[in-house]
Design a protein around this ligand. Sequence first.
Ligand code: ATP
Length: 401
Amino acid sequence: DLGKLADRLHYKAYAVGGFVRDLLLRRPNLDIDIVVEGDGIEFAKEFAASHGIRARCHKKFNTAVLIFSDKLKVDVASARFEYYQYPAALPIVEFSSLKMDLYRRDFTINTLALTLNPDDFGQLIDFFGGQRDLKDKIIRVLHNLSFVEDPTRIMRAIRFEQRFNFKIGKQTATLMKNAVRMGLIQKLGGRRFFHEIDLILMEENPVPAVRRMDEYGVLGLLASGMRFDTRMEELFNRIRNMISWYRLSFLDEPLEGSWVYFLGLLSGLHRNDLEKVWNRLEMTENQRERMLWTYGQVESLLRGFFQLPEHRPSDIYRTLQPFKPEELLFMMARTEREEVRKAISHYFHRYRRVRTELKGKDLKAMGVPPGPIYRIILDELIDAHLNGEVKSLQDEWGYLK
Ligand code: ATP
């Protein structure tokens, strides 16, 4: 349908970039990017109108998003020529053709295009040798100034190399090292830098990519003390296990795995290095406070609470309740002690969802005057549940009496 509409508007339309790459690699990818040689916004509006879906348009960038569903969105861009004001700046946009559009992309493997117009539907267009590099498993930039134009590509190269188990080309690797040495990463805004790190930590296995970041000197730029040594690697592997365990056990629950790794990555830093990283990445006040709180609490629990010989379930519940799952997974990975992991696992599986049968309205019906006392009574009932002292509604009544 996209191709037919393109024909009708006398445009050419192409699927491009990561979608085509993943198609050839036989990897699933529902992020479809389309480039039209023509007015992408008009194209998107017409398509949306005739298919009863929504289109979100960005006039400034001449792009639009077709929203088929929550999961399936199609990005539409107008083939355009971009030039950069100065290194590490955002691009300024002007009109031009497909080849120019593909030329401004990061790596050859992301420059493949498939024609969507019905006459030559599915024809693969390869201006820059992307097919060969896919076959040879090589990450290669299109020209020598690529990393100068956009230093985030340094992190993107590492991410794709590890995700696909490819190799960064020799010339590209040299350009990357030069770019790091020339201080181009320092020109990157904190938010973009943080976002790239986050993307790496969101990979299925970020361990080899973080090791590569260290090898290319990117980690050292965050804080001089930051190294991906064997201790850190072991911590990362434990975090990975904890995250897989959690995701398998609680399939539908959201979890920000990258934050667990990030807590791990910064966990060995002294306060002044930590502050340097926070400032460099322009982290929010909230993130800083939460991180500091987590480190402090985790250490004090491991040295205090978890040294006690025995814990009632209600004590574990009350102690762990203030933590987010990400923070508890960090604690599980941080400790070497099996019994601590077990306690946290019990909290996740058994304790955290315990609820009372009696509710506030029942207390009211019993004639208890409303007030803070309700919280106290219901909390006691929860504790009694956790410790196995009550099991049913009847038990709860009995307990209250
Ligand atoms: P992922 O699976 O990680 O989403 P992707 O290749 O689909 O991989 P996106 O970040 O969604 O990555 O980018 C879509 C396309 O836009 C890429 O295939 C690439 O061609 C281009 N692109 C993205 N970021 C850059 C960049 N910094 N420089 C040049 N081209 C880029």
